[in-house]
Design a protein around this ligand. Structure first.
Ligand SMILES: Nc1ncnc2c1ncn2[C@@H]1O[C@H](COP(=O)(O)OP(=O)(O)OP(=O)(O)O)[C@@H](O)[C@H]1O
Ligand SMILES: [Mg+2]
Length: 394
């Protein structure tokens, strides 16, 4: 082991230098120099395991060389042994302040020198081993931490999927149960409406029953479409083919509410194989939510009222995926409810306004296309929904 150890000897006296080279050369790889600047260069280029340093030298003395070396973190642990004819106490104090390990007063006994050299080399080699083990442990720790974070995220995701699917199944069960009685209510209300004479005081009530019955029927219909969206043919379409019809529907609404729309869809994006009507439904739900949120935050018109739709091609999960983003500068979503927004019937909208099924449907559509739907939001700043779809799902 000691044969691999490298020692740098620095002494302006050539006779001392040759002597030390001879004594140490039998057991160690020795480099030497009489010049203190050259010593610094050698140390920085290939840090040795031990430095034997004369104190009194022209240009830079031993203390100065020591000070320069200790400035560099990676060179701080190299043991330095001062060889000096100076007064012991002075050397000791000055040297220790600079992090020198030890000193030998000239003239020294050779066996004394060899003993110390051996000890410091061993100390340095153990230190290097400990440091290498520490670095390895740190690398393994970082890898483990990464793995744990990935597994936790995966687990949270699969828990959310399981919860959504359980909720979805329950909701569709309830929907089936409601379907028939509601159809009965609507039919009876229609019958009554037709039988009551015009101007009858009950007519208004019957009409209300009819209206509300239809509302329930619509909710039931969307619930059923979530659990059984119904397989339509998949087609190969461009993202513009999906987005343009949706923009036609919402554009007037955006203009009327003073919402600035920005779209960034690169022209050369590859086409997608999807159920295009479902993707249109998904985009429409996301855009309508964004509009509501923008209007909640800025009831009038405001330059900060922004909606951005963008698309990009990404390499994710070992496949090419098309990433669609709907970004708005509306109210944002508070962290305490963000985990619930995909749940069926979760809504913060006033009763009768929202059913809380929009995002549940979006989630289901994306799931059926083997994609991912993610949300990121900062209250009173922005909300970003990201839909990642494989170009050609199974
Ligand atoms: N872009 C958004 N900014 C802020 N909050 C949002 C946004 N999108 C969704 N939300 C929150 O998520 C909730 C659920 O949305 P979801 O679309 O499922 O239902 P909804 O919009 O309330 O009703 P609907 O069934 O009519 O869509 C919303 O009530 C709202 O609190
Ligand atoms: Mg909605």
């Amino acid at each position: 082991m000691s044969g691999e150890a490298r020692i740098l000897v620095v002494d302006d006296d050539q006779i001392n230098l040759r002597l030390l080279e001879k004594i140490l050369g039998a057991q160690y790889r020795v480099e030497s120099t009489q010049d203190s600047y050259e010593a610094i260069r050698l140390i920085k280029t290939a840090p040795p395991d031990l430095i034997l340093l004369d104190v009194m030298m022209p240009h830079l003395n031993g203390f100065e060389v020591c000070g320069i070396i200790r400035e560099e973190e990676r060179l701080r642990d190299i043991p330095i042994l001062f060889l000096t004819g100076l007064n012991e106490a002075v050397t000791h104090v000055a040297g220790m302040n600079l992090g020198v390990v030890d000193y030998l007063l000239k003239p020294y006994k050779i066996e004394n020198l060899l003993l110390r050299v051996r000890n410091y080399i061993q100390m340095k080699q153990r230190h290097d081993q400990v440091r290498a083990q520490h670095d390895l442990l740190m690398q393994q720790k970082a890898l483990l931490e990464n793995e744990i974070a990935e597994r936790l995220a995966l687990e949270a995701r699969s828990q959310q999927m399981a919860r959504l699917s359980a909720l979805g199944q329950m909701a569709s069960g309830v929907a089936h149960e409601i379907n028939n009685p509601v159809a009965g209510i609507i039919n009876c209300a229609e019958l009554l409406k037709n039988r009551l004479p015009a101007g009858d005081v009950c007519l208004e009530v019957v009409e209300r029953i009819h209206r509300e019955g239809i509302r329930i029927a619509r909710i039931v219909e969307s619930l059923l479409s979530i659990s059984h969206p119904g397989y339509r043919k998949r087609e190969t379409v461009s993202i513009a083919d999906c987005l343009d019809p949706v923009l036609t529907i919402v554009r007037d609404k955006l203009v009327n509410h003073g919402i600035r729309l920005e779209t960034s869809i690169p022209e050369n994006l590859p086409k997608l194989t999807v159920e295009s009507q479902q993707i249109q439904q998904l985009l429409l739900n996301l855009l309508v939510n964004a509009c509501h949120s923008l209007n909640d935050r800025f009831p009038g018109s405001d330059p900060g009222k922004q909606l951005r739709i963008s698309a990009a091609l990404l390499e994710e999960k070992d496949q090419q995926r098309l990433c669609l983003e709907v970004y708005d500068t509306g109210t944002g979503i508070p962290p305490e409810i963000i985990d619930k927004i995909f749940d069926p019937f979760f809504t913060t909208k006033p009763a009768g306004t929202g059913t809380g099924l929009g995002l549940t449907l979006c989630h289901e559509i994306v799931r059926q296309h083997d994609g991912d739907l993610r949300v990121e939001s900062v209250p009173l700043s922005y909300t970003r929904f990201t839909v990642a779809l494989p170009l050609h799902p199974d």
